[in-house]
Design a protein around this ligand. Structure first.
Ligand SMILES: [Zn+2]
Ligand SMILES: [Zn+2]
Length: 372
């Protein structure tokens, strides 16, 4: 049952593995997740119906007249490609392009030391770590430097967790607190030998609760200069769990190499459940611009894959840090501001910060979150 099609495919990602068995399971499987989202901006964390968010076949309608010149990318017409938009607004730049989910370019080694489109600007240049990651190159890799996002093995299981999460605004701050367990089901970790995903990735870690306590600027400002991303995470989603950048311990494309569960997440060594790509288990809007999925460490919002006209965004539509600026709803008001977007292609989410990242406390229940 692992290949559940497309749904979350694109967003699966990676990780892990760092050899040691992680911490013991803290949450009893079963409880229903009870995340509380105080902020008016948050979107609920319900599991979307599978049909609704399938990436494949969801060719977005681009209303409002397509303006840009249509420069189709090679070989992108067949398939469940995700259509990208044309340059219909000042915020959208670049040629029209389509992300073919059957042939998503693998981002291995795309780590930079400055803001660069299509790369992750990791502090220190991507030091990597002692982790493991996928042990075998899955059959979903194509021979041309791309991978079939619709054919990745998905970790089995549907375990519920006693999630606790609150996002509240207090003066000029946004305070995120919780136990980092997701308010949606997860796969069964460690990955079981009976799971087909085990053939490629033997993530030995258990999911466990962490101490999440982050204070971000509620109305972030663009900094004079962009800055690099670094562990432990780049964003916190409304599900109560965190987002890691696109790299695995070997500076490989986590979305291409690693196996995740149906919600595109998995635990690292200290048991912290996280995503590297965007999950289909945090509700997005059904049309138009994507909903706010969570908050980046610099306080700016992280939205889903769709732009202002409902078009599916590609890296071409975003800046080097994976964001752009235009009017969005922010804490119940319409505000023109910078924000990040997720895409179905590497680097998937935030690749550098436009704002000033908050200094994160040691998370992970005390242990420094090692990079998977
Ligand atoms: Zn990971
Ligand atoms: Zn946007």
């Amino acid at each position: 049952m692992a290949r559940q099609l497309a749904l979350l495919l694109p967003f699966a990602a990676v990780l892990v593995a760092c050899g040691s068995d992680g911490s013991p399971v803290s949450g009893a499987p079963s409880a229903t997740a009870s995340s509380t989202i105080a902020a008016a901006t948050a979107t609920g964390g319900s599991i979307p119906s599978e049909g609704a968010r399938t990436a494949g076949g969801a060719t977005p309608t681009v209303s409002g007249g397509t303006a840009g010149s249509a420069t189709a990318s090679p070989g992108a017409s067949s398939t469940p490609g995700v259509a990208a938009s044309a340059a219909t607004s000042p915020a959208v730049v670049g040629p029209r392009r389509v992300i073919d989910l059957l042939r998503v370019p693998v981002g291995d080694g795309k780590v930079s030391t400055s803001a660069r489109a299509g790369y992750v600007w990791r502090c220190g240049g991507g030091a990597g770590g002692p982790g493991g990651g996928a042990s075998v190159k899955g059959p979903w890799f194509n021979s041309d430097g791309t991978y079939n996002a619709t054919a990745k093995a998905i970790v089995d299981g549907a375990i519920g967790w006693p999630s606790s999460f609150t996002a509240s605004r207090s003066g000029s701050s946004r305070i995120l607190t919780g136990n980092a367990l997701p308010n949606h089901v997860t796969g069964r970790f460690p990955i079981q030998p009976s799971d087909d995903a085990y053939q490629y990735d033997r993530n030995p870690n258990f999911i466990s609760q962490q101490t999440l306590a982050v204070t971000l600027p509620a109305d972030p400002q663009v900094a004079a200069q962009a800055s690099c991303v670094s562990p432990p995470f780049v964003a916190v989603l409304a599900s109560g769990s965190v987002v890691f950048d696109a790299l695995d311990a070997l500076n490989r494309d986590a979305g291409a190499w690693e196996t995740q569960d149906r919600c595109a997440g998995h635990p690292q060594r200290t048991g912290q459940y996280h995503y590297h790509t965007v999950t289909a288990c945090v509700a997005d809007s059904d049309s138009g611009h994507s909903a706010l999925l969570g908050w980046a460490v610099d306080g700016f919002g992280l939205f889903g894959v769709r732009g202002e006209r409902g078009e599916t965004l590609t890296n071409d539509n975003l800046d080097a840090c994976h964001g752009h600026a235009h009017e969005v709803e922010w804490d119940g008001r319409q505000v023109t501001m910078y924000h990040y977007h997720a895409t179905y292609e590497y680097p998937y989410t935030i690749s550098c910060y436009r704002g000033t990242p908050a200094r994160l406390p040691a998370t992970g229940g005390g242990a420094p979150p090692p990079r998977p």
